[in-house]
Design a protein around this ligand. Structure first.
Ligand SMILES: Cc1cc2nc3c(=O)[nH]c(=O)nc-3n(C[C@H](O)[C@H](O)[C@H](O)COP(=O)(O)OP(=O)(O)OC[C@H]3O[C@@H](n4cnc5c(N)ncnc54)[C@H](O)[C@@H]3O)c2cc1C
Length: 509
């Protein structure tokens, strides 16, 4: 039997991101996936600024080409790719498909899942991860001090056991782990099945120069959805769970292209369109992450994989601190408290938008829409690891409106430190960081083992965005940012017993 602090089951986008973040935090773990590598039919290709911020923190963003600033996914309704382009649909009605570039040091990436996964895997392994492919979880049982997993090497056929203190189920929407635990899911549920055909067609790439990447094809008696992985691979999505012959697929592709372009079919796929969020993200030592926790259809907000990668970012530092004895085990409860509402927020926002509203059915009550920037940079988390994020606050708001509110992402701004330009986000990642202009607070940070950052002297904020205005903290106050870049606490005044006590409670020591 082998032992590991953490067993990650599932080595796709979320499992590999978890592995990368854990290795970056120096946490030993094993990640297993039953497949030998990435699926030949990629799914995701749109990765948001937040995801790239996490990859930037762990040092791999330079391996992932990012889109030019301001670029967002654009969808148009067309007769065919080469035919009439009729109208463009905004993801959020009334919002232009551009994002102000000052909100993040990253712009997001358009990279196919099967190109990104090898980058994640290699980076995780380089940082010490034990990544095992063709290795399947057969069964598991809860033990007093963790989980005992039975796994099988699918190449040699050898079966063995792995004992783990914690298990992360990143085993996808069908999650055998979640199913065995009997964790129910809620949401709009099953909405249909789509069939896809992936094909290689360099001749179609020229149409991308017109600025759109997603195409709703509408012809008499024919409706489909066409998009590209940006590397001459295109995918055509067809409604309905029908087996189609090679000739039928070729004809469907020709109709969608609307021009005599040479193409070659690579493979086909079958996808369930559904909206489901697990009723809990934690069962004892087991955590659900990614599609195992929330199954959401592909959106232009990138709510599928990106939400799962953000789950991993939230969980990795908490596991690290608890395993290292730096925080009480209760810190791990804040994973469900913080991430499940985000899963719900994204479920509700997905089905309240025109892309999916008609599919959600009459029983679904749409929520008021939040803007694109609010959903990407202005979500609020509430838990015992955040002080002062009450139920009166909205689930999200435009990032500029939060002004340092605990529970929100610390804002990005370009700073100067010792003559070097850096993003404020570069200050965060591994430790709790206390930022203040007050010497007294900086001394308290030292006593509590927090990383002190002297606003105005140690780091220089731009004159138009001074620390106090950006974080909502007066010169005698302080703010504390958690390792995941979320503001955890702030004080408007000089240190006293009450504010220090609240800070210590938030650190969950
Ligand atoms: C057509 C399409 C396009 C999409 N586009 C986007 C996009 O642009 N952006 C975005 O953010 N999201 C997108 N998504 C959603 C995205 O693909 C998923 O959210 C994402 O892949 C989920 O990742 P995951 O790691 O949680 O699960 P999965 O990718 O489903 O991976 C689960 C892994 O677990 C492994 N596994 C399962 N059981 C076992 C076991 N017993 N033992 C060992 N291994 C096991 C599987 O082999 C698999 O590798 C898209 C989805 C579709 C269908």
């Amino acid at each position: 039997m082998q032992h590991t602090p953490i067993l990650v089951v599932g080595g796709s986008l979320v499992g590999l991101s978890t592995s990368l973040f854990l290795s970056w935090h120096g946490v030993a773990h094993i990640v297993i996936d039953k497949h030998p590598g990435s699926s030949p039919h990629p799914r995701a290709m749109g990765f948001t600024e937040t995801t790239l911020e996490h990859y930037r923190a762990v040092g791999i963003a330079d391996q992932i080409p990012q889109v030019p600033a301001g670029t967002r996914l654009r969808r148009v309704t067309v007769d065919s790719l080469a035919g009439d382009w009729k109208s463009e649909q905004a993801w959020t009605p009334g919002e232009a498909p551009v994002r102000p570039s000052e909100l993040s040091p990253c712009t997001g990436a358009a990279i196919a899942q099967d190109r990104l996964e090898p980058i994640l895997r290699a980076a995780a392994i380089k940082r010490g991860a034990d990544c095992r492919t063709s290795t399947e979880l057969i069964d598991f049982r809860l033990e007093q001090d963790g989980v005992l997993a039975q796994v099988r090497d699918r190449i040699s056929g050898q079966q063995y056991e792995i004992g783990a203190r914690y298990l992360i189920a990143a085993d996808g929407a069908a999650s055998p782990i979640r199913e065995k635990l009997g964790i129910p899911r809620s949401g709009v549920g099953h909405l249909g099945v789509l069939r896809s055909v992936l094909f290689y067609c360099p001749g179609a790439d020229a149409f991308l120069q017109r600025g759109a990447q997603q195409f709703t094809i509408e012809q008499q008696g024919y409706r489909a959805f066409l998009t590209t992985y940006g590397d001459s691979r295109w995918v055509l999505m067809l409604d309905g769970d029908e087996d189609r012959t090679g000739a039928e697929l070729q004809s469907a592709i020709r109709r969608a292209l609307g021009a005599d372009l040479a193409f070659e079919i690579i493979t086909t796929g079958r996808w369930e369109l559904a909206g489901r969020v697990a009723d809990t993200y934690r069962h004892g030592p087991i955590f659900l992450a990614g599609d195992a926790a929330h199954q959401l259809p592909p959106t232009r907000g990138g709510f599928g994989a990106n939400t799962g990668i953000d789950d991993a970012w939230n969980l990795a530092w908490k596991l690290k601190r608890v395993l290292a004895g730096e925080a009480a085990p209760g810190l791990l409860d804040t994973y469900d408290a913080e991430r499940r509402p985000i899963g719900w927020l994204r479920h509700q926002q997905t089905f309240s938008r025109p892309d999916y509203a008609t599919r959600a059915g009459a029983a679904f009550t749409p929520d008021p829409l939040f803007g694109n920037d609010a959903l990407e940079f202005g979500q609020l988390v509430r838990s015992a690891a955040v002080a002062g994020a009450g139920p009166d606050l909205p689930a999200a708001a435009a990032p500029g409106q939060w002004i340092g509110q605990p529970g929100t992402r610390a804002p990005h701004v370009w700073l100067e430190r010792a003559g070097r330009r850096m993003s404020s986000l570069d200050l965060f990642g591994k430790d709790y960081v206390l930022i203040s202009a007050s010497e007294t607070w900086l001394a308290v940070a030292g006593e509590l083992g927090l990383q002190p950052v002297a606003a105005g002297t140690g780091i220089v904020f731009p004159p138009a965005q001074p620390f106090g205005a950006l974080f909502g903290v007066p010169p005698e106050g302080a703010t504390v940012v958690r390792p995941d870049g979320v503001i955890g606490w702030r004080s408007q005044g000089a240190p006293d017993g009450g504010s220090i006590g609240e800070l210590v409670a938030t650190l969950m020591r």
